[in-house]
Design a protein around this ligand. Structure first.
Ligand code: ATR
Length: 271
């Protein structure tokens, strides 16, 4: 049977095995999907062992996305610009392709599942770490009217805007001087992980604004509660988790699984 896994440290919390097992059932694919734990400096040894035992693909979660980037023989454009790999796929010739499906997972959740548009909209992305870098190219491909990156440390936002300037028109600032009136705000900062939200002015929330938090949980996040109180429609990042898994599944198996039933199952379990 074809073998796959997700590797991370910690890994206990990962919902990827349930997600991929559900995808496999729904699409009638015969595969096995496990969790792999590796020591912080042990990615290469664990990946070598897994692939030499005949495995077909690997998902990579924290803290190994940069190790996987170095490990891949070949990279997709979106993995190269993201500077990180979350999916490795064994190819026909025995080489390993490194991809990054986080951005496509985010875009498909926003566009297909939530039904929010990105094309022609004024888009604000909060944060300038790996989560932002990993999703900028797929977001720019959707052709927003503008894309502004704002970060607590302004210099990091300015650097990212410069790094991606070849792919679209970007602006950047610190959190205190963001222009007003955005249509879509994506929180890619890690603020929610410590129960906080980025400190930004209410004026950034435009009329009919949609607000997306890449973090998810049983309750709406602080950022979602703040945006909702200002009249925005909100969503958390559970759909992005399922969306990135669906893109990885498609890369490995050539079949697109349905996202909605799996998302509903995970949502029910979180509550
Ligand atoms: P990730 O890979 O999840 O993006 P990261 O690279 O450590 O993680 O980046 C975390 C991001 O969240 C950064 O943009 C960080 O802002 P700084 O660059 O100023 O550190 C942002 N962040 C973390 N805590 C925050 C908070 N309480 N308010 C606003 N931004 C925060």
């Amino acid at each position: 049977m074809d073998r796959y896994a997700v590797i991370g440290n910690p890994i206990k919390q990962s919902m990827s095995p349930e997600i991929h097992t559900a995808f496999a059932q729904e699409t009638h694919q015969d595969l096995e999907y496990d969790k792999l734990f590796a020591e912080v400096d042990g990615f290469k040894a664990a990946a070598d062992e897994f692939f030499s035992a005949g495995a077909k693909g690997l998902n990579i979660t924290a803290p190994f996305k940069l190790d996987a980037f170095d490990y891949a023989d070949e990279l997709t454009e979106r993995a190269r610009t993201a500077g990180a790999v979350n999916t490795l796929a064994l190819q026909q010739d025995g080489s390993l392709l490194g991809d990054n499906t986080d951005g496509p997972g985010l875009v498909s959740d926003i566009r297909n599942h939530l039904g929010w548009s990105i094309k022609g909209k004024k888009l604000l992305v909060l944060g300038a770490g790996g989560a932002t870098r990993g999703t900028l190219l797929p977001l720019l491909h959707e052709q927003p009217a503008r894309l502004h990156i704002a970060n607590r440390t302004a210099s990091k936002a300015l650097q990212l805007a410069q790094d991606f300037s070849a792919y679209g028109s970007l602006s950047a600032s610190g959190l205190e001087d963001i222009p007003a009136g955005f249509d879509l705000i994506i929180n890619a900062s890690a603020a929610g992980l410590s129960g906080e939200r980025p400190q930004i002015a209410a004026t950034v929330v435009g009329a009919g604004c949609c607000a997306y938090d890449m973090v998810y949980g049983a309750e709406p996040t602080p950022f979602m509660r703040w945006a909702s109180a200002l009249g925005a429609e909100t969503a958390d990042g559970l759909g992005m988790l399922v969306g990135q898994a669906a893109e990885a599944f498609y890369l490995w198996r050539g079949v697109r699984p349905q996202v909605a039933p799996v998302l509903a199952m995970l949502r029910a379990r979180l509550r």
